[in-house]
Every structure is written in structure tokens, then in C-alpha cells.
Design a protein around this ligand. Structure first.
Ligand SMILES: Cc1cc2nc3c(=O)[nH]c(=O)nc-3n(C[C@H](O)[C@H](O)[C@H](O)COP(=O)(O)OP(=O)(O)OC[C@H]3O[C@@H](n4cnc5c(N)ncnc54)[C@H](O)[C@@H]3O)c2cc1C
Length: 565
């Protein structure tokens, strides 16, 4: 994913010009040279900010992390307070025989550890992306149609068998894997693109379509999927909706609650909810599809998706800046909003700690010559190369002259554009290579956002857990995220998962956020990780209403138990 080619240090050149030549050089001549640079970059990057490969790229945890997983790493062992719900039945050979008949003779449609040995095949379905949670599932079912999903769920409901829907298994809150012996319902075979309207941009697809595949399909037709995230090579549209994933394009295209037009879902009793509307406007009653978006598989299984896709931008630019303070990051964001306005498509924040760890893992040459406490990545997407370049040039000049930005670089072509993005998109994966990560995905008013990282770092250090040697479980406390959405990812990178670390972090972080009226889950959801902390962001009335909805849709509680609420 990373590029070793040197990046053109446009802003570094500008810094020098600005610092000792500004008095002599007319702003007009400076502007025209920058405009040429920006235009060249925009034209070279073409219509794509696309890291898509022709094949999806499954994300894998490293061997070192895998080794760290032992028999003691079952979720049920780590969290003994969570007890198996005794109402649920245990799987028998008769149950397996039913599912085998239902899914036909297709061997790839079922992984059976009940009547035979299948530990190796079951392992990836039992373990989450972070290798933090691990279940005891003995049966994986892979339906290929809504009808099969319906029959599976009806049978499970009738026989009190608990079920965990699973997409790409890239979720970061432990929602996608079982805790005990729940059946995993894997949607990967429901991976057909069903319709695309080239006039309206409406895409209808199966829940198992991989996000990157959908985006490639759209790219060939001049459109773009309105969601983009680092796990795009593995995560699935159904999982994206179920988590209401936010990602890198939310600033521009908004949340899935706005872009999703329709959903087909199956309720636990087998009822198929056909709300697969292709309409942008439909005020006929309650908008029930919204309940499935962000429900994390607790009230039903999403089987199909209809979504409004925007036109793919003709011109894109990416710039990365080094900044001396968080205060300057906020100033840069304000300037970007006011000067770039409608072409601003991403504004991402990274601190030096996160970038140093990416460098440690990838060994890639860093984009800027010197380290800075903070970095911002800005992307513009528009329809007119000259217009965008002029705006970007004016913006770059302005933030440099005001001393908001200390140094920076602008991607000159598609390869450099991808390389700059990799310093942001690669953080999650890089941290995963170094050991266990405690991840907190939070929304906080912008003015206080980075303070949480500093306060957490101080607290972990005070507890004697942070340091360079093996005796310290915590390697670093870093922050990055979607600054444009006030969404911080606070990550505590550890050498190994350690209960002492968790005790120092929780509920401290949640209390800190609640005091500032923030959200303890901005985009990753609740899953198992945050289930017991929902009260820090939602009042008792809201939680009560959510529980009523859960009981209404899933009265026997078979859908993704032990999680969410
Ligand atoms: C490197 C990396 C970067 C990431 N970046 C972002 C980011 O920028 N923004 C962001 O929001 N998230 C991000 N994530 C988290 C994750 O990728 C998203 O939450 C993604 O939407 C999950 O999709 P999935 O198919 O992997 O779902 P899974 O992980 O398989 O499942 C997630 C949840 O959805 C449920 N579910 C899955 N499929 C269905 C279905 N068809 N019907 C009903 N329920 C279902 C599961 O039961 C589970 O509760 C990132 C993860 C990684 C590893």
C-alpha cells in the first residue's frame, strides 16, 4: 500500500519562498506557479482517489499477534462475568442435518464442527480482526439467498439457537464474532451486484458484496460508493450498514442513514422485510429501514441494500501538512472549510505518535523531512481541474502565510496520492501488527478532542504502564481520526492485552467523554466492547426504547446475544 517514490515537496519549496522571498516576489507570480503545480497534480491524479485493486485485499493480523492468542484468550475466559444464556439450546447432529439439507450438498456452504473436526476452518470465524475476542462457535452457515437466510433464522428461532451475522469480520468492537457457541451466519456468498441505474446512480446489491468490489464496479461507470474506509478490501455492504460505518468520505457524502435508499432484511422469525426502495423520497410511514442501519445484527439480517451513489469526481488532490500544535489543526480546518468549501472531501488528523508507528511497521520514507506534533491530510474532489487547482493554491498560500502550517507536500500523481493516504489509512493495520490495541472511537467537541489523548497518556504513564521496555505493557498512546467529523480514534498500542491496562482506561475514558457530552462510539458501534457503557452516551429513556425495539423484533433474543444493549 505504501509508495517509496519521493513526494514532491511543493509546500516545502513554498515555505522557503515564503520565508525569504515573499517581500520581493509578487503574489501573482507565486500564485501562477502554484496553480500550475496544483493543476498538474490534479490532472495527474485523474478522476480517481482510488486505492482499489482488481481484487479485494483481505486484511490479516500478523503472525506475532496470532501467536499471542492462547487457549486463555477466549472471550468467555477473559470476561467471566458474561454467562451463557441457558435458554439457548446446544447444537446437535440433528440441527446440523437440517441445515445441511437446507443448504444442499454444497460443501462450501457449511462448516461443521459439531459432527466432525473443523477447528482450523472455524478459527477465522471465531476470532475478530483485532484478535481481542474469540468465541466457541461450532457451526458456520453460508446461505446464498434471502430464502435460505429466512429458513435458517426461522429454524434457529423455533429451536432457540443463537446466531451471529458476520460480514467481512473487520468490526472493531467484538460484534461480529460469537461469545459462546452461537452459530455464525456468514453473508459472503450473497455477493451479487443486482442492479445499477446509470442515470440516477442507484445501486442495488447483495449484503455480501465487498465494499471495494462495489466501488470498482461503480468506478467503471463513472460513479463512486459514498463510503470509503481502510478495511474496504474485506468489509461487506451488509456489515457496513449494520455498523453504520462512517469512514473517510462522510464529510463529503454524509452518513449511510442519508445515502441508503432501501434495505431488505430478514427478522429472526424468518419474516422477510422488503423495504428495498430505490426512491430518494418516500414519506409513507415510519422509515423502518433506518433501524437496521447501525443495529449491528441485533434485530435481523440485512440481505440486500439499495444505495444512492454520487458521480465520481473528475479532479482530486491530496495534501499532507505538518503542524506545530492542535490549535493550528483547528485553524487549518476552519480555513479549509471556508476556502475550499464544496470541493473539500476529507480532512483527517494524525499525531506524530501514530505516524512514527506506521513508519516503524512499514519502513516507508516519511512524506515530510522533519517530524511535527500533528499532521493533517486534506483531500479535494471536484468536477473542474482549473477551478479546484486555483482554490487549492489560494488555500495553500494562505495557510502558509498565516503560519498555520509548518510544512507540507502535495501529491503529484495517483501513486503519490495513494502514498499520502496510506499514512492515514494504514494506521489501524500498522498498530495491529505491533500487538494488542485498545481502541476508542469517540466524538468530542473539536476544541477538546485531542485533550483526551493527552489526558489518557498521562494517566497510563502515571500508572507505570507506559514505556519502552518489555516490562511495560503499553507501547504508545496515539490519536488520529476524521477531524472533519469531530471523530477521534484514541488508540492504546500494547505489547500484549493486559487487564491492568483496561482497568486504567475504563471507565475513565467514558466518564471523560460523558462530561463533555460526547459519544463513546462515533462510528464503530457498541458490539461487546461498549455494551455496558451505553449509559455514558444515552439516557435511560433512550436505552429503554431501544430495549423495547429489540424485544419487538427479536422476542427470543437469538440475534447477536450478549452485545449492544
Ligand atoms: C483497517 C480498518 C479500518 C477501519 N476503518 C473504519 C472507518 O474508517 N470507519 C468505520 O466506521 N469503521 C472502520 N472500520 C471498522 C469496520 O471495518 C466497519 O465497522 C465495517 O463496516 C464492518 O463491516 P464487516 O462486513 O466487516 O462487518 P463485520 O465485522 O462482519 O460485522 C460487524 C457487525 O455487523 C453485523 N453484521 C455484519 N453483516 C451483517 C448483515 N448482513 N446483517 C446484519 N448484521 C450484520 C455483525 O453481527 C457485527 O455486529 C475499520 C476496520 C479496519 C480493520
Amino acid at each position: 500500500m505504501t509508495c517509496r517514490q519521493p513526494l514532491t515537496p511543493v509546500l516545502r519549496q513554498l515555505t522557503r519562498t515564503t520565508s525569504f522571498e515573499l517581500g520581493r516576489q509578487s503574489s501573482r507570480s507565486q500564485a501562477s506557479s502554484l496553480a500550475r503545480t496544483a493543476a498538474k497534480a490534479s490532472a495527474a491524479s485523474g478522476s480517481r482517489r482510488c486505492f482499489s485493486s482488481s481484487q479485494p485485499r483481505p486484511l490479516k493480523a500478523t503472525a506475532s499477534v496470532r501467536q499471542a492468542q492462547s487457549k486463555d484468550d477466549f472471550t468467555s475466559t477473559k470476561y467471566p462475568e458474561i454467562k451463557r444464556d441457558e435458554r439457548f439450546a446446544s447444537l446437535t447432529p440433528d440441527h446440523v442435518a437440517y441445515f445441511r439439507r437446507l443448504l444442499g450438498g454444497n460443501g462450501s456452504a457449511l462448516i461443521d464442527g459439531v459432527t466432525g473436526e473443523a477447528a482450523d476452518d472455524l478459527a477465522p470465524f471465531n476470532s475478530d480482526w483485532m484478535r481481542k475476542y474469540r468465541g466457541h462457535c461450532q457451526l458456520v452457515l453460508k446461505p446464498s439467498s434471502t430464502e435460505e437466510v429466512s429458513k435458517i433464522l426461522k429454524y434457529c428461532n423455533d429451536n432457540l439457537l443463537a446466531v451471529v451475522p458476520q460480514g467481512g469480520n473487520t468490526g472493531l468492537v467484538g460484534g461480529s464474532v460469537p461469545v459462546f457457541d452461537e452459530i455464525v451466519l456468514s453473508l459472503g456468498r450473497m455477493n451479487q451486484i443486482l442492479e445499477f441505474d446509470e442515470v440516477s446512480g442507484t445501486l442495488v446489491a447483495g449484503a455480501g458484496v465487498i465494499l471495494e468490489v462495489a466501488d470498482q464496479y461503480l468506478a467503471e461507470r463513472g460513479y463512486i460508493f459514498p463510503l470509503d474506509l481502510g478495511a474496504k478490501g474485506s468489509c461487506q455492504l451488509g456489515g457496513n450498514l449494520a455498523t453504520n460505518a462512517g469512514g473517510l468520505r462522510l464529510l463529503r457524502y454524509g452518513s449511510l442513514h442519508g445515502t441508503v435508499l432501501g434495505v431488505e432484511a430478514v427478522l429472526p422469525d424468518g419474516t422477510v422485510v422488503d423495504d428495498l426502495s430505490r426512491l430518494r423520497k418516500n414519506n409513507t410511514g415510519y422509515d423502518l429501514k433506518q433501524l437496521f442501519i447501525g443495529a449491528e445484527g441485533t434485530i435481523g439480517v440485512i440481505t440486500k441494500v439499495s444505495i444512492q451513489c454520487p458521480q465520481r469526481p473528475a479532479a482530486q488532490n491530496v495534501a499532507l501538512f505538518g503542524l506545530a500544535s492542535y490549535e493550528n489543526c483547528q485553524r487549518a480546518f476552519r480555513e479549509a472549510k471556508s476556502q475550499l468549501s464544496e470541493i473539500l472531501s476529507a480532512f483527517e488528523l494524525m499525531d506524530e505518535g501514530s505516524q512514527a508507528l506506521v513508519h516503524q511497521v512499514t519502513g516507508s520514507k516519511r512524506p515530510l523531512e522533519s517530524p511535527y506534533p500533528f499532521y493533517c491530510l486534506i483531500e479535494t474532489s471536484g468536477s473542474n481541474v482549473d477551478h479546484d487547482s486555483e482554490k487549492l493554491q489560494n488555500f495553500l498560500e494562505s495557510v502558509m502565510e498565516q503560519g498555520i502550517v509548518a510544512d507540507g507536500t502535495l501529491a503529484q500523481d495517483e501513486t503519490q496520492l495513494r502514498s499520502l493516504w496510506s499514512w492515514r489509512e494504514g494506521i489501524t493495520e500498522a498498530l495491529g501488527h505491533l500487538g494488542g490495541v485498545y481502541k476508542y472511537d469517540v466524538s468530542i467537541p473539536l476544541s477538546q478532542m485531542y485533550q483526551l489523548v493527552e489526558d489518557t497518556r498521562a494517566r497510563v504513564a502515571e500508572a507505570g504502564l507506559l514505556g519502552d521496555g518489555e516490562e511495560h505493557p503499553v507501547r504508545a498512546v496515539v490519536g488520529y481520526g476524521h477531524m472533519g467529523d469531530s471523530n477521534l480514534h484514541l488508540n492504546i498500542s500494547t505489547r500484549r492485552f493486559d487487564a491492568r491496562v483496561e482497568q486504567v482506561l475504563e471507565p475513565f475514558i467514558y466518564e471523560w467523554i460523558a462530561e463533555r457530552q460526547g459519544s463513546i462510539s462515533a462510528e464503530h458501534g457498541l458490539g461487546l466492547a461498549k455494551k455496558k457503557y451505553i449509559g455514558y452516551s444515552r439516557n435511560p429513556t433512550m436505552v429503554g426504547l431501544m430495549k423495547q425495539i429489540k424485544r419487538l423484533y427479536d422476542p427470543k433474543g437469538i440475534m447477536n446475544p450478549y452485545k449492544y444493549i
